[in-house]
Design a protein around this ligand. Structure first.
Ligand code: NIG
Ligand code: FE
Length: 394
C-alpha cells in the first residue's frame, strides 16, 4: 500500500476538529493512504511515508466542492454579456440560444468543453464538480449530455426542465409530459439528481412539483433553481420535497427562510436543505447579491458554487466566488471557505469530501499563501499551488 505525506503545513483547514469553525490545525501534516486521509496531526510527529509533499509552511484546505455547474453546452454568449453590461437585463431567454448550439454539436465537441472546463476548475482547486444537463431538451440530447457529464463526474443532474424549448412554447403541458416520461427514462441511468428551473418564464410550481416528484420516484435526489430572478415558490417547493439544496436564493421572503430553518437537524449541525448561493450569477448579470447574512444568522446551512454556464455565470473559479461572497455578501472568510468546501459537500449529501479528517477522500489543495484568508484577500490571483485528487498529485 503506497502512502504519501503532506507535511510542513502552516495552516490546515480540516472542517473537523480544531480551532474555530474551519477546524484549523497549525504546523500540521496529513497522511494519505489508498486515496484517503489516514492520519492528521502535528508535522513533528508525522509517520513515515513512501512519498512526501512539503507544503513549505503554506495553507492546505479541502478541495473545493462546486455543487452547481452547467458544463455540457456549445457556443458562448459573450455578446449577451456585453449587452447586459450596457444595461440590458438578464431574463434567462438566452438559454434557448445555447440549446440550439448544443443540439448542433457533436459528442466530441461537448466532451471537449466539459474537459476544458473541468481542467480549468481543477487548476483553481475544485476537486468535486456537479454537472447538469439542460441545454439539450430532447430525449436524445439530454441523455447524451448526462452520459458525457458522467465521464467526468459522479454528481450528475438531469435538468430537462431548464426552459420549455421553442418547439413546445405553446404547449408546456406536453413538454412536462415528455420530461416526466421518455426523457426521464432515458436520462435516469446517467443521473444522480433532478433539478428544475422554477421561475417566472421557466416552470411554474405545479409543473416543477410534478417533474421533481417523477424524478424522485425514479430514484433521483432533488435540487431546485429557486428564487433567482424574483420572489417565487421554488424554495418552499424544495423544502416540501426534501431537496438537498435550493440554489440561487436571491429573492427570499421571511417564509422562505423559515421553511429552510424548519429543515434543521436536531443535533444543531445545520439544515437538511442547503441554500446554495451563486454569486457569479449576480456578478455577471449585474444583479443584487443574495442576503447571505440573513440565512447564516438564521442557522441555514449555506454553500457557495460557481453556476458555471455560458449565460449567467461563465466562471469556473471557486476562489472568485469566495472573494465575492466575502466582499459583496458580508460572509466572513471562514464562512465562505466552509461554504465552498464542506457546504458544497452538504449540498451534495456527501460526508466523504469537503473535510480533511481520517477516512475522508484525500482531495486537497496546497495554497501559494500562508492562510485561507488570502483567497479573499488576494482576489484574482492564482493561489492554487498543488491539488491532490483522491490522493494523487495533479
Ligand atoms: O443557473 N437559471 C437558470 N439556469 C442558469 C442560467 C442558464 C443560462 O443563462 O444559460 C443559471 O443561472
Ligand atoms: Fe444554474
Amino acid at each position: 500500500m503506497s502512502s504519501l505525506l503532506v507535511d510542513n503545513i502552516g495552516e490546515l483547514v480540516t472542517n473537523g476538529a480544531g480551532e474555530g469553525p474551519l477546524g484549523i490545525r497549525r504546523n500540521a501534516a496529513v497522511l494519505v493512504e489508498e486515496g484517503r486521509v489516514a492520519w492528521v496531526g502535528p508535522s513533528a510527529y508525522a509517520p513515515a511515508a513512501d512519498r512526501r509533499v512539503d507544503a513549505g509552511g503554506a495553507a492546505v484546505l479541502p478541495g473545493f466542492v462546486d455543487s452547481h455547474a452547467h458544463l455540457v453546452f456549445a457556443g458562448d454568449r459573450a455578446a449577451e454579456f456585453a449587452a447586459r453590461m450596457a444595461g440590458q437585463p438578464y431574463t434567462g431567454g438566452g438559454i434557448r440560444t445555447t440549446v440550439g448550439a448544443t443540439r448542433a454539436a457533436t459528442d466530441d465537441e461537448l466532451r471537449a468543453t466539459v474537459r476544458r472546463l473541468r481542467g480549468e476548475a481543477l487548476r483553481q482547486g475544485t476537486t468535486t464538480i456537479e454537472i447538469k444537463s439542460g441545454y439539450g431538451l430532447t430525449v436524445a440530447d439530454e441523455a447524451r449530455s448526462l452520459r458525457i457529464a458522467g465521464e467526468t463526474s459522479t454528481e450528475t443532474t438531469f435538468l430537462g426542465a431548464h426552459v420549455v424549448p421553442a418547439e413546445y412554447a405553446d404547449r408546456p403541458d406536453d413538454y412536462v409530459g415528455l420530461v416526466c416520461g421518455p426523457m426521464l427514462a432515458a436520462a435516469a441511468p446517467y443521473a444522480k439528481w433532478i433539478d428544475v428551473f422554477c421561475e417566472r418564464g421557466a416552470f411554474d410550481v405545479d409543473h416543477a412539483r410534478a417533474i421533481l416528484a417523477c424524478g424522485q420516484a425514479a430514484g433521483l435526489g432533488v435540487r431546485v433553481h429557486a428564487n433567482q430572478l424574483g420572489p417565487g415558490p421554488g424554495v418552499q417547493l424544495g423544502v416540501e420535497l426534501g431537496a438537498a439544496s435550493v440554489d440561487h436564493c436571491t429573492h427570499l421572503s421571511d417564509a422562505d427562510v423559515a421553511a429552510l430553518v424548519g429543515t434543521a437537524h436536531s443535533d444543531g449541525s445545520g439544515t437538511r436543505t442547503v441554500a446554495t448561493l451563486l454569486p457569479g450569477a449576480e456578478f455577471s448579470t449585474r444583479s443584487p447579491y443574495p442576503d447571505a447574512r440573513r440565512l447564516l444568522d438564521a442557522g441555514v446551512t449555506v454553500a457557495l458554487a460557481t453556476d458555471c454556464n455560458p449565460g449567467s455565470s461563465y466562471t469556473s473559479s471557486m476562489p472568485f466566488c469566495v472573494a465575492l461572497a466575502v466582499r459583496e455578501m458580508r460572509m466572513t472568510p471562514a464562512e465562505a471557505v466552509w461554504a465552498a468546501t464542506a457546504g458544497g459537500a452538504r449540498a451534495l449529501r456527501r460526508d466523504d469530501i469537503g473535510v480533511l479528517t481520517p477516512g475522508a477522500r484525500a482531495d486537497l489543495v496546497v495554497l501559494d499563501a500562508p492562510s485561507y484568508l488570502h483567497l479573499a484577500y488576494r482576489p484574482g490571483v492564482p493561489l492554487i499551488r498543488k491539488v491532490l485528487l483522491n490522493g494523487v498529485p495533479q
